[in-house]
Design a protein around this ligand. Structure first.
Ligand SMILES: [Zn+2]
Ligand SMILES: [Zn+2]
Length: 346
């Protein structure tokens, strides 16, 4: 069966505006039960890489103009500077053999496309006609900041103390954009979930308050990558395995704060099993199978359209048409899981 590995993506260290050194971040990742982390400092590409204390540490860069169009660049060779036109750095990332994800693309924008009203400095992807290689569909910190109510100290304290209650699910607009990008191509446009961990420290109260320590973040939005083979013990081989999986959409995005046990989701064609991001041919016994320890509310999305809703622990969904299928799942009414698309060819 497949090998699953858990990772956190989109992390800031002291090299940009995060407060943690690599050593502390690795320690937090280990105690959160992760296998890999991807550090993406703003406009920096010089994090140390390797296997530290059993955690695979991969460097990326968040190419970050001041007010918009942040881009998580992975698999590049050297630092890329921000530009006014994001198309320039989207192309530069590809020219270096890398790939990238539009970060928090609808930050600060509500479901009706209006600006949210709080003091958080919002940084959306402004021109949705400029196509990234992939989309960060869920950004835990950004999701929290979008729902932040800072009209007075009591509301602010509530949002800080009950952070998991006010953090909801990916923006509908972002999911629609991701589906649209997928509908425009035969290939998979992959998605990731980011934590955007900074562990920011505030000193204006009696004692310093750390907003979202790394460990807290690492127990939330997680990328579960699916591999055919075990992760190599050679760092550079393993790095390629992880990045290839993310580029191909072989990952499921799960908020582990909502549900720790990760359901098994695959497509079955005859004797063969496929995980998300993989492709198979249409056949008469093709189906999507799901096994979960807990009862889930499931949504099947076909070429961007919601086609089926059901509740249970095991599911066997026949597939009768070519196209892209993806799964969303909720636990106790809270969305917590998004697969990348499964590709079925006619
Ligand atoms: Zn950003
Ligand atoms: Zn960031």
């Amino acid at each position: 069966m497949f090998k699953n590995y858990k990772g956190a993506i989109h992390i800031h260290s002291t090299l940009s505006d995060g407060t943690g050194k690599l050593k502390d971040i690795v320690k937090s990742a280990k105690s959160a039960g992760l296998d890999f982390i991807i550090i993406t400092d703003h406009n920096h590409y010089d994090t140390k890489e390797g296997i530290f204390d059993g955690i695979y540490v991969i460097k990326g860069e968040e190419i970050s103009p001041q007010n918009c169009n942040h881009y998580l660049a992975l698999g590049i060779n050297e630092e890329i500077l921000p530009e006014e036109n994001p198309q320039i750095y989207v192309d530069k990332v590809r020219a270096q053999g890398g790939f990238g994800f539009a970060a928090h693309p609808n930050e600060g924008i509500n479901e009706n496309g209006e600006e949210r009203k709080n003091s958080h400095h919002c940084i959306p992807w402004t021109d949705k006609n400029i196509k990234p290689d992939g989309v960060e569909i869920w950004n835990w910190f950004s999701n929290w900041a979008d729902n932040l109510d800072d009209r007075n100290i009591f509301k602010l304290a509530y949002c800080y103390l009950f952070k998991h209650c006010i953090t909801t699910n990916p923006s509908k607009l972002t999911l629609e954009w991701w589906d649209k990008l997928n509908n425009e191509t035969d290939k998979i446009v992959p998605a990731i979930g980011g934590v955007d961990a900074h562990a920011l420290k505030f000193y204006k109260y009696i004692y310093p308050v750390t907003v979202f320590p790394y460990k807290t973040c690492f127990n939330t939005v997680t990328n579960v990558i699916h591999l055919e083979e075990k992760l190599s013990e050679d760092f550079f081989v393993a790095k390629n395995q992880i990045l290839d999986a993310l580029k191909s959409g072989n990952n499921t995005i799960v908020n582990r704060h909502t549900l720790k046990s990760i359901p098994l989701i695959y497509m079955k064609n005859g004797d063969k099993k496929y995980f998300c991001g993989q492709k198979t041919e249409l056949s008469k016994d093709l189906c999507i199978k799901i096994n979960s320890e807990k009862t889930l509310e499931l949504l099947l999305v076909y070429n961007g359209e919601e086609v089926e809703k059901s509740t249970g622990k095991t599911f066997n969904i026949p597939v009768e048409k070519a196209g892209k299928y993806r799964i969303e799942a909720s636990y106790k009414g809270k969305k917590f899981l998004y697969t990348n698309p499964f590709l079925v060819q006619g």
